[in-house]
Ligand binder design. Structure first.
Ligand code: PNS
Length: 160
């Protein structure tokens, strides 16, 4: 059976923690769709098209294995996308108990809505403290974000 996994998120911007989880997902599933989703609860730094472009560059930069495609979704539920492409699994990275508490209700709702299961993966401990919101804050105040993000993202944020 050809298993498709969706890795959804804001990716505003993509971090080394995201790349870690995307790479681990590609090692388990036949096909991975990295899906940039607008989160209305968050104030965005980058437009969706820029987040997609930076994800694509970062995946090439990291030489991740397997079949990985990057796309975006803004017309409905995450599980609608999963159903449309035939994906049976959503993958989320879990850094701490806070992430478990945040992700668990969404995982149960997504399963109830469409029978799509959620798999939680643990990033490397070195990435456990990395978040897009931290990167946005450090970058906006002129700090060095290069330890936390792919080269393509660090260069892009430095230019801006
Ligand atoms: O990176 P984030 O912001 O934590 O990602 C959260 C995201 C975008 C994956 C989540 O908000 C989401 O799944 N949004 C899609 C809308 C949806 O399907 N909501 C109902 C089920 S939770």
């Amino acid at each position: 059976m050809h298993r498709i996994a969706v890795v959804p998120g804001s990716f505003d911007p993509v971090t080394l923690g995201h790349i870690d989880v995307i790479g681990r997902t590609a090692g388990i599933f036949d096909e991975v769709h990295v899906l940039v989703v607008h989160n209305p609860g968050k104030t965005a730094l980058l437009p969706i098209s820029q987040r997609v472009a930076l994800l694509e560059q970062s995946i090439v930069e990291a030489s991740l294995p397997g079949s990985i495609k990057v796309t975006s979704w803004s017309v409905g539920l995450l599980v609608d996308y999963c159903t449309e492409v035939g994906a049976s699994v959503i993958v989320k990275g879990i850094r701490s108990q806070i992430d478990v508490a945040y992700e668990t209700p969404m995982a149960i709702v997504n399963r109830n809505l469409a029978g799509v299961e959620t798999v939680f993966l643990l990033p490397a401990p070195a990435n456990a403290h990395v978040s897009s919101s931290l990167v946005r804050q450090v970058a906006s105040l002129g700090g060095d974000v290069s330890p936390y993000v792919p080269k393509a993202v660090a260069e892009f944020l430095q230019k801006g």
